[in-house]
Design a protein around this ligand. Structure first.
Ligand code: ADP
Ligand code: ZN
Length: 760
C-alpha cells in the first residue's frame, strides 16, 4: 500500500486522535486535507474531515485499512490555516480533532449524515407564545400544580420575552410536544406561524454618527497602526464609555481599506444588540453576524458569505473566532475578560487564547479590549508580552458614577424590624437604603437595573456580628457548607472541618450559613413594588434568539421600570434613563469557592457601574454587602482597576493560581457516588505517580475533592487539580492522562478542563 493511498480522518466522536483509511482508486485526487469524507465506523457510515494524507508517524501500520466511502466536497471546507488552528486546539485542550472541527464549522456540516451543501429551509416556523400572564407565584402554583415541566416551559418562555420557536423548545431545550400541547390546552399559550428571515439582523439601521476621535483615541489608533507587526497582541484597557468600540470600528475600517478583513468577538450577541447595530451602521453589508441562536441555514449562509469573500467583517460570540474570513487583518476580542469565551463542553477552548493563536498563525493583529482585563491578560501586558494601551476617561468627560457600598451588617442591626429576616439564613434582600432609592426612581419615572447573582447555591459560613467568613488555610478559598455532611468543605483540596461553634475572630456565636436564591429576590421585588413594571432577563434559559432584544427594547421604550437580571445583562447596555443600579448582594459572588471570586466580583461591579448615568441625569450605584472592606469592593467603589489587579496578583502568588501558574481541572463524574470517589482518588494518585516517576518539576496535583456543584444531571462530581509552572509540562501530563486513563470505567466520565474559567 503506498502512502498516497491512505489518509487520516477526524470524526466527531469522543476519542482522541484520528482514524486511518485507505483511499480507493476512484477517489484518489479528490481526497485532500480539509475535505469531508464518508467513512465506515463500526457498523455505520459517518462524516469526517481529512486531517492529512498518509499516516501519522506514530501509528502502527495495520495490515488492512477500511476504504473511504465517498468524498463530499470539491474544495476543502476547512482551509489549511483553520485546519492548523484546529490541530493546535485539539492538542492544547486535549480534545478530539473531530470535535474541534465540529465546533468550528456551521451545524450540520459535520457529525450526522450531512448532505452536500445546505438545503433550503422553510421560511416560516411555528412559535409558541404566551397568551395569559401569570403574575404571581401562587397563581402559578395553582395552575400548574404538579405539571412541573409545563411550568418550566412557561417560565422559559417568559424569560425569553414571551415566545419561542417550537422547534427550538423541543429540539434544543428538550421539552416534549406533550408539554408544549399541555400549555396550549391550558390556554396559557398558543401556537402561531411566524416568518423567518435568513439574515435576522438585516434591516434599516441608523447611520453611526461620525465624530472626530478624541486625542486619547487618536493616540490609541496611531499606536495600533504602528504596531502592525504580524501576530502582535494589544490590550486596550478603557473604562466603560471611553470610546473603545469606536477604536474597534476604526481598526476594522483600516483593514478593509487595505483589502483585508476582520473578526470582532463579543461575549453574548443577544445581549449586545447595540454593538451589532454600530457595526452594521459603519460597515453596512460588509458585516455578517454569526450567532449560535441562528438557525442552521442562517449560519450556513453567513459562513459561506465570509468564505466566498462577499462579507468581510464577522461579528459574533466565541465560535466566531473560527469565521472563515479571507485575508484576515485583525481579530478583536471585546470584553476579553468574559468567562463566556470559554466553552464548557468539549472542546473546552478559550476564544481569547484561540484568537491570540490564530492572529499569530495568520500574521494579523489581535486586539483585546476591556474595562477590567482578565488578570492573565493584564499580567501579559505588564510583562511586555502584550502591548498595553489605555483610555482612562469617558468620552463625555462625565466621571464614572459614584458607587456606594451599603453595609448589610449595619443594616441588619438597624432594620431588624423594618424587614423581617427572609429565609433560614436570616439574610435580608433589601436594605432600606436600596429600597428607598428604588422608590425615588419610581416616583421620578426614572429606571432601575437590579443585579442578582444566580449562583446562590453555594452557601458559606459567616459570622453574623463581625462578618468573618470561614476559608481554607491551604487554598485561601471560601469553605462551603454541606448540609448533608454537616461539615465545611474545601472544594479545592478536599479538606473538611467540623461546623464551628464560635467565631475565632471575634469570639461571636456559631456562624450562619448564607446564600440568597434568585426566587427569593424576585418575590421580594414584586412584594415591595407591586405597582412597578418589572422585567426579568435570565440567560440560563435562553430560548428564542430575539427574546433578549425584545425585553431590552421594552426597557428602552420605558415600558419597564425595573429590569432584574444576572450579571449577563451588564454588558454593553446603554440606557439614558437608568439612574440607579443596585447590586442585591455582592458577597454571593465573593464567596464562591473559586480563586477568581474576587476578580469576578470586581469586574461585575465595574461593569454594572458603567450602566448608570449614561444620559444627562447623573447615576448612582448601590452595592449591598457584608464585607465593605474587602479589596474587590473597595477598589470597585474607587474605580481603581490597577490597585485591584496589583493586590489580587499578589494574593494569587501563594498558593499559586493563574496567572502565576497554569491550571487544569479534572472532573470525574458518574451516577454512583462511591465509584466516582474511588475513580477520582485513583486517577489523582496515578497522576501523582506519573509526576514522581517522570521527575516532572514544578507540577503539583491537588485533591480530589467534591466539586462545588457536586451533583449535576444525576451525576456525582469529584475533581482534582493539576498546577504547573510551565504550560508545556501541563500539556504533556494531560495528554498522557487522557490517552491512558481517559475512560475511567463504565458509566464514569473524565472531563479535562485546561485553563478553567470556573471550578464549579
Ligand atoms: P466603550 O466601548 O469604551 O464603552 P463607546 O465606543 O461605546 O465606549 O463610546 C461611548 C460613547 O461615546 C458612545 O455613545 C459613543 O458614540 C461616544 N463616542 C465615542 N467616541 C466619541 C468621540 N470621539 N466623540 C464623541 N462621542 C464619542
Ligand atoms: Zn483547601
Amino acid at each position: 500500500m503506498s502512502s498516497a493511498g491512505v489518509c487520516e480522518v477526524a470524526v466527531a466522536r469522543t476519542f482522541l486522535g484520528t482514524l486511518a483509511y485507505s483511499i480507493p482508486a476512484g477517489l484518489v485526487g479528490a481526497v485532500t486535507p480539509g475535505v469531508r469524507v464518508q467513512v465506515p465506523l463500526g457498523g455505520s457510515v459517518v462524516v469526517g474531515v481529512v486531517d492529512r494524507m498518509g499516516l501519522r508517524e506514530d501509528r502502527e501500520r495495520k495490515p488492512r485499512l477500511r476504504d473511504l466511502r465517498g468524498v463530499l466536497d470539491e474544495e476543502p471546507v476547512v482551509d489549511a490555516d483553520l485546519l492548523n488552528l484546529s490541530r493546535w486546539i485539539a492538542d492544547y485542550y486535549v480534545a478530539p480533532l473531530g470535535a474541534v472541527l465540529k465546533a468550528a464549522l456551521p451545524p450540520g456540516l459535520l457529525g450526522g449524515r450531512a448532505a452536500r451543501g445546505a438545503s433550503p429551509r422553510a421560511r416560516t416556523e411555528r412559535v409558541l407564545r404566551i397568551l395569559r400572564e401569570l403574575r404571581t407565584l401562587t397563581e402559578r402554583e395553582r395552575l400548574f400544580g404538579r405539571a412541573k415541566r409545563q411550568r418550566q416551559l412557561y417560565e422559559t418562555l417568559e424569560s425569553v420575552g414571551g415566545q419561542a420557536a417550537v422547534r427550538h423548545l423541543t429540539k434544543q431545550l428538550g421539552f416534549s410536544s406533550a408539554v408544549v400541547n399541555g400549555l396550549v390546552a391550558r390556554q396559557v399559550a398558543e401556537i402561531v406561524e411566524r416568518e423567518v428571515d435568513r439574515d435576522p439582523f438585516a434591516g434599516p439601521v441608523e447611520a453611526e454618527p461620525r465624530f472626530a476621535l478624541t486625542p486619547a483615541q487618536q493616540h490609541v489608533v496611531a499606536e495600533l497602526a504602528r504596531l502592525d507587526a504580524p501576530g502582535r497582541v494589544a490590550l486596550l484597557r478603557g473604562v466603560t464609555g471611553s470610546g473603545k468600540t469606536v477604536v474597534y470600528l476604526d481598526v476594522l475600517e483600516r483593514q478593509l481599506a487595505r483589502g483585508r478583513s476582520g473578526i470582532c468577538l463579543v461575549p453574548e450577541i443577544a445581549l449586545t444588540p447595540q454593538t451589532v447595530q454600530r457595526f452594521r451602521a459603519r460597515f453596512g453589508d460588509a458585516v455578517t453576524v454569526l450567532h449560535s441562536g441562528l438557525s442552521g441555514g442562517e449560519r450556513f449562509d453567513a459562513w459561506r458569505s465570509l468564505r466566498e469573500g462577499r462579507k468581510r467583517i464577522a461579528i459574533g460570540p466565541r465560535s466566531a473566532v473560527f469565521a472563515p474570513v479571507r485575508n484576515l487583518g485583525a481579530i478583536i476580542v471585546d470584553e476579553e475578560h468574559e468567562s463566556s469565551y470559554k466553552q464548557s463542553d468539549v472542546p473546552r477552548y478559550h476564544a481569547r487564547s484561540v484568537a491570540v493563536m490564530r492572529a499569530k498563525m495568520e500574521g494579523c493583529l489581535c486586539l483585546l479590549g476591556s474595562a477590567t482585563p482578565a488578570l492573565e491578560s493584564w499580567e501579559n501586558a505588564r510583562t511586555g508580552r502584550y502591548h498595553l494601551l489605555e483610555l482612562d476617561e469617558r468620552v463625555t468627560g462625565q466621571g464614572l458614577p459614584p458607587v456606594e457600598l451599603v453595609d448589610l451588617q449595619d443594616a441588619t442591626g438597624r432594620e431588624a424590624e423594618a424587614e423581617p429576616a427572609a429565609g433560614r439564613g436570616g439574610l435580608r434582600v433589601f436594605s432600606s437604603r436600596l429600597r428607598d432609592a428604588i422608590a425615588v426612581r419610581l416616583e421620578r419615572d426614572e429606571q432601575t437595573i437590579l443585579f442578582l447573582n444566580r449562583r446562590g447555591y453555594a452557601s458559606f459560613a459567616e459570622c453574623a456580628p463581625c462578618g468573618h467568613v470561614w476559608s481554607c488555610d491551604a487554598c485561601s478559598v471560601t469553605l462551603t457548607y454541606h448540609r448533608r455532611r454537616r461539615r465545611l468543605v474545601c472544594h479545592h483540596c478536599g479538606s473538611t472541618a467540623p461546623l464551628p461553634e464560635r467565631c475565632g475572630e471575634c469570639d461571636g456565636p456559631a456562624p450562619r450559613y448564607t446564600g440568597v436564591g434568585t426566587e427569593q429576590v424576585e418575590r421580594r421585588v414584586g412584594e415591595l413594588f407591586p405597582d412597578a413594571s418589572i422585567a426579568r432577563m435570565d440567560l440560563d434559559t435562553t430560548g428564542s434568539k430575539w427574546a433578549h432584544v425584545e425585553i431590552l427594547e421594552a426597557f428602552r421604550r420605558r415600558e419597564v421600570d425595573i429590569l432584574l437580571g444576572t450579571q449577563m445583562i451588564a454588558k454593553g447596555l446603554d440606557f439614558p434613563h437608568v439612574t440607579l443600579v443596585g447590586v442585591i448582594n455582592a458577597d454571593v459572588g465573593l464567596h464562591l469557592p473559586d480563586f477568581r471570586a474576587s476578580e469576578r466580583t470586581f469586574q461585575l461591579l465595574e461593569q454594572v457601574a458603567g450602566r448608570a448615568g449614561r444620559g444627562s441625569e447623573p447615576g448612582e450605584v448601590l452595592v449591598q454587602t457584608s464585607r465593605p472592606r474587602h479589596h474587590a469592593l473597595s477598589a470597585a467603589a474607587a474605580h481603581d482597576y490597577v490597585g485591584f489587579a496589583t493586590r489580587e496578583l499578589a494574593d494569587r502568588g501563594e498558593p499559586g493560581y493563574p496567572p502565576h501558574r497554569r491550571l487544569a481541572n479534572l472532573v470525574v463524574s458518574g451516577k454512583q457516588e462511591s465509584r466516582v470517589i474511588d475513580a477520582a482518588e485513583e486517577l489523582s494518585e496515578w497522576t501523582r505517580e506519573l509526576v514522581r516517576d517522570q521527575r516532572l518539576g514544578g507540577i503539583e496535583v491537588i485533591g480530589p475533592a467534591p466539586c462545588p456543584i457536586d451533583r449535576l444531571r444525576e451525576r456525582w462530581r469529584w475533581h482534582f487539580l493539576v498546577k504547573s509552572d510551565r504550560a508545556r509540562t501541563l500539556g504533556g501530563v494531560l495528554r498522557y492522562l487522557a490517552e491512558r486513563r481517559g475512560r475511567p470505567g463504565t458509566g464514569l466520565r473524565l472531563e479535562i478542563d485546561r485553563d478553567p474559567e470556573a471550578l464549579l
